[in-house]
Design a protein around this ligand. Structure first.
Ligand code: AP5
Ligand code: MG
Length: 213
């Protein structure tokens, strides 16, 4: 099963993608997590990506597409995957489609987690992320067992640099201009499924389960 998660920054793509990955036993691939782990390790890719991410801008397609295509070519992706944060532009979606059609394959579902901008702004300030394992918490909705510490790997939780209010506003703007057109793109292919992302995360997941079966 090959799934794409669509939705504004902070809509809950990562939260739901992890739950899908666990239940359906497919890898969760987040381009944002890949970039953040490169930044943390001080790689050349990380340094380049950081310039864009810190401003809330998209990392250029040339850098992003190659990383994603290399990742989905790995062995653990043979039975499917859930993509979180990719594609984010029409050209990225077209490259992915082309690469899949060359191996007689296709995306099964594009799941759009729908959350209005007002809710997003409230959510982001409360998010805490683990830069080591990619786990995400929320200080009110999904607190870690021990304040400031990741339940999964025991490392310190941080407020992401791009979760500062002014950067969130930029990310939303970029989302509406560059990423939202993908909703129409996948709708035209007949694989778009929209779920209400404003309800409790368990209820969002139930809606996704009823789509995926
Ligand atoms: P990325 O890491 O993908 O960030 P994003 O799309 O901005 O999305 P987020 O990770 O912020 O939100 P999410 O939807 O995963 O929400 P989450 O589950 O954490 O990308 C970061 C940057 O990398 C981009 O800005 C860009 O620069 C670059 N980049 C990445 N991919 C790229 C690409 N393909 N092309 C170009 N550039 C790229 O949830 C948010 C919060 O809400 C959490 O605290 C969570 O606990 C809480 N929450 C979740 N669900 C609920 C719920 N139902 N109710 C209440 N709270 C909830
Ligand atoms: Mg995410």
């Amino acid at each position: 099963m090959k799934i794409i998660m669509l939705g504004a920054p902070g809509a809950g793509k990562g939260t739901q993608a992890k739950m899908i990955a666990d239940k359906y036993n497919v890898p969760h691939i987040s381009t944002g997590d890949i970039f953040r782990s490169n930044i943390k390790n001080g790689t050349e890719l990380g340094m380049e990506a950081k310039k864009y991410m810190d401003q809330g801008l998209l990392v250029p397609d040339e850098l992003t597409v190659k990383i994603l295509l290399d990742r989905v070519a790995q062995d653990d992706c043979k039975n499917g995957y859930v993509l979180d944060g990719f594609p984010r532009t029409i050209p990225q979606a077209e490259v992915l489609d082309k690469a899949l059609s060359e191996i007689n394959d296709k995306i099964d579902y594009a799941i759009n987690v729908d959350v209005p901008d007002e809710n997003i702004i409230r959510r982001m300030g409360g998010r805490r992320a683990c830069l080591t394992c990619g786990a995400t918490y929320h200080i009110e909705h999904i607190p870690p067992k021990k304040e400031g510490i990741c339940d999964t790997c025991g490392k310190e939780l941080v407020l992401r640099d791009d979760d500062k209010p002014e950067t969130v506003a930029n990310r939303l703007d970029v989302y509406h201009k560059q990423t939202q057109p993908l909703i129409e793109f996948y709708s035209a292919k007949g694989i778009l499924k929209t779920v209400d992302g404003t309800v409790d995360m368990k209820d969002v997941f139930s809606a996704i389960e009823s789509i995926l079966g």
